[in-house]
Design a protein around this ligand. Structure first.
Ligand code: FMN
Length: 124
């Protein structure tokens, strides 16, 4: 049997202008609409000054979406912190989950595990 792997890309970036948390309210509905059409899932964490986002789905689709997100003027200093192939999606239940660190303990646990060995852990 051939295993079908899922590509996951995780990056962190710095918000430009207003706070990342304020911008999240605008970014999330658009992301959820687009990502469900693209078969992309993931999580977006917004701290006052930073975004951390995981995107998972077919390789080419995630790469194209990331190219678009990188060009978005609402953030800068974009740094990829993880790129890997996984047997399962880690955020498969969400077109784009929003981990605000308060309302969903299970989601925050999944984000903690994802970022445990990266620089982004310090932002949480
Ligand atoms: C931190 C950050 C994360 C984003 N994540 C996504 C995303 O997961 N999916 C998405 O479609 N757009 C995302 N965007 C928005 C895109 O950059 C772009 O504005 C949007 O996809 C345009 O959608 P439209 O072509 O439907 O107008 C993100 C933007 C930022 C700043």
């Amino acid at each position: 049997m051939v295993a079908i792997l899922i590509y996951q890309l995780v990056y962190m970036s710095r918000a430009c202008g207003s706070s990342a948390q304020d911008m999240c309210q605008h970014i999330l509905p658009v992301s959820r609409r687009n990502n469900s059409l693209l078969d992309v899932t993931g999580v977006l964490v917004c701290t006052p000054q930073h975004f951390v986002q995981a995107l998972e789905g077919p390789d080419a689709v995630v790469d194209l979406l990331f190219d678009k997100i990188v060009k978005d003027a609402r953030h800068q200093d974009i740094r990829i912190i993880k790129q890997r192939q996984l047997p399962h999606r880690q955020f498969g239940a969400w077109a784009m989950a929003h981990d605000d660190r308060t309302s969903n303990a299970m989601l925050s646990k999944a984000t903690d595990a994802l970022l445990a060995d990266t620089d982004a852990a310090a932002l949480l």
